[in-house]
Design a protein around this ligand. Structure first.
Ligand code: RB5
Length: 149
């Protein structure tokens, strides 16, 4: 299951992504928001982040106006590696190299066509592991308050 969330700035894009996931037969859960009324992105970032780190969702997709605020908020939850992307290459390599578990995009930045291409490559690309695992482990060490050598 893929966890979806947005604020008002990302609402329309989230709805497009839902249609796309339905067409692909990919199960998802929508954690809100459910309209273009103004809301605070951190609320939806946290809901999706907890769904991912709690194991309820395999990955998450978050949208706000820029993708930036909602990614900042999601990354405050331990275990989240949320990547704010506005290009295909980054959406692919954040899976290959960063093992990102949440893709964030801006509804005022990217159109639905590109966003759905990014969703596809994000969901379909596996983490490469190897030397990249060491770097993921370092991110986790920072989360635990450790100083890297
Ligand atoms: C809301 O107007 C906007 O600030 C928000 O969607 C997002 O872009 C924040 O990073």
């Amino acid at each position: 299951m893929i966890a979806l969330g947005s604020d008002h700035g990302g609402y329309a894009l989230k709805e497009e992504i839902k249609k796309h996931l339905e067409e692909r037969g990919i199960p998802y859960r929508d954690y809100g928001t459910d309209s273009t009324a103004s809301v605070d992105y951190a609320v939806f970032a946290q809901r999706v982040a907890l769904a991912v780190t709690g194991g309820e969702a395999e990955k998450g997709i978050l949208c706000c106006g820029t993708g930036v605020g909602i990614s900042m908020a999601a990354n405050k939850v331990r275990g989240v590696r949320a990547a704010c992307c506005s290009d295909y290459y980054s959406a692919k390599f954040t899976r290959l190299h960063n093992d990102a578990n949440i893709l964030c995009m801006g509804g005022r930045v990217v159109g639905p066509g590109l966003a759905c291409e990014m969703v596809d490559v994000f969901l379909d690309t596996a983490f490469e592991g190897g030397r990249h695992q060491r770097r993921i482990d370092q991110i986790a060490a920072i989360e635990r308050g450790e100083t890297l050598e």
